[in-house]
Design a protein around this ligand. Structure first.
Ligand code: PLP
Length: 387
């Protein structure tokens, strides 16, 4: 029998990271000592108090059954409490918070709730791939908003054509930003709210990195701004905040009607997050400040080792105020891919080519601060020799 993929699946952009993974595995199998700055997956383990909470909850039979579709109330209450103290944002735990099986799940599913075939979704580029793939799988058309260095890696909303805005159903933004490490001022959100409410566009702010910030910088929530809750929702994740990428726990919060749409998609596709994991999330949030202080110090030190080390060799890389990514322009006329290959072939270092996040990322590479400081020092020495 001939097995043929659907047109939807065929029309997804190629997943460049698969190639890099293959090259990395090959190099490792040859016994080379590879330093992997490619993946955005924390090397630091989940804190023990969270693992202990999972263990305790996992022993209770009541947690072994299907979870409620709408999520564990205790978790939603704890999230509401945290949003109030952290951002000054009031959320109704009952209908303004929706737990997710990792925020990627909600991000990829939300177009199914609001996008009809041929509708436009505004996506930044370079970007986290699910904004585009979720759009395409729902039959929508991604319209790229390029993020350029000269605009501080913010999209230029003024240049989006009226007819594009008229056909747009959703708009994705993400600050602090993956892959550029850029942050935004709160008044950028006001511009987004204005354009969204004028054109009936639902705003999806991906806030996965608000808690990973340095030098005393505190990232704002989209929902802090006047009118935000009328037009949008925010996606949050336990993955990066608590080093829990494998656990699959995130949430969306904000506009209740938008969340209802997402919940309706989900109720047809999944049956919620394992309740014991949601209880571990409750415990995680209770000690968020103490937990984060330690992680921030670690990433800040790593960032300084890498960026200051490489800048000594004449490279001009900006220090990110948030996220664990360093977004660096390529040198000597290299493309993203040729620079990435140079690092792997000559320095045994894996980085991610910027164009893997969309064509607008060409001319950059991304390095993730997810190896310890001694390995980073070694990486700096190796890189200096080949650039
Ligand atoms: C890592 C990441 C997420 C989080 O994904 P989870 O599914 O919650 O693990 C979301 N958005 C961006 C931009 C990310 O880099």
């Amino acid at each position: 029998m001939k097995i043929e993929l659907s047109d939807r699946l065929k029309s997804l952009p190629p997943y460049l990271f698969v190639e890099i993974d293959r090259a990395k595995k090959k190099a490792r199998s040859q016994g080379r000592d590879i330093i992997d700055l490619g993946v955005g997956d924390p090397d630091i383990p989940t804190p023990k108090y969270i693992i202990d909470a999972l263990h305790r909850s996992s022993l209770k039979a009541e947690n072994h059954r299907y979870a409620l579709d709408e999520g564990l109330h205790a978790l939603k209450e704890e999230i509401a409490k945290w949003y109030k103290t952290r951002f000054g944002v009031r959320l109704d735990a009952k209908d303004e918070i929706l737990p997710l099986i990792g925020s990627k799940e909600g991000i990829a599913h939300i177009p199914l709730a609001f996008v009809n075939v041929g509708d436009i979704v505004l996506v930044p580029e370079p970007c986290y791939p699910p904004y585009k793939s979720g759009t395409i799988l729902a039959g929508g058309i991604p319209h790229v908003m390029p993020l350029k260095a000269e605009n501080g890696f913010l999209p230029d909303l003024k240049v989006i054509q009226q007819d594009v805005l008229k056909k747009s159903k959703l708009l994705f933004i993400n600050y602090p930003n993956n892959p550029t490490g850029a942050t935004c001022e709160p008044d950028f959100f006001d511009d987004v709210i204005r354009i969204a409410s004028r054109n009936n566009i639902i705003v999806c702010h991906d806030a996965a990195y608000t808690e990973l910030s340095f030098d005393g910088y505190k990232a704002p929530s989209f929902l802090e701004r006047n009118g935000a809750k009328d037009v949008g929702i925010e996606f949050h994740s336990f993955s990066k905040t608590f080093n829990m990428t494998g656990w699959r726990l995130g949430f969306a919060c904000g506009n209740a009607s938008i969340l209802q749409g997402l919940a309706k998609v989900k109720s047809n596709m999944d049956s919620g997050v394992f309740t014991a994991i949601q209880w571990a999330g409750v415990e995680a949030l209770k000690f968020v400040d103490k937990t984060l202080a330690g992680f921030r110090t670690i990433y800040e030190e790593r960032r300084d080792i890498l960026v200051e080390g490489l800048n000594k060799s004449g490279w001009k890389i900006d220090k990110p105020k948030a996220t664990f990514y360093v977004w660096a322009p390529t040198l000597k006329g290299h493309t993203s891919v040729s620079f990435t290959n140079l690092f792997l072939d000559k320095a045994d270092i894996v980085v991610t080519p910027g164009n893997g996040f969309g064509a607008a990322g060409e001319g950059y590479i991304r390095m993730a601060l997810t190896v310890d400081k001694n390995r980073l020092k070694e990486a700096v020495e190796r890189i200096k020799k080949v650039i």
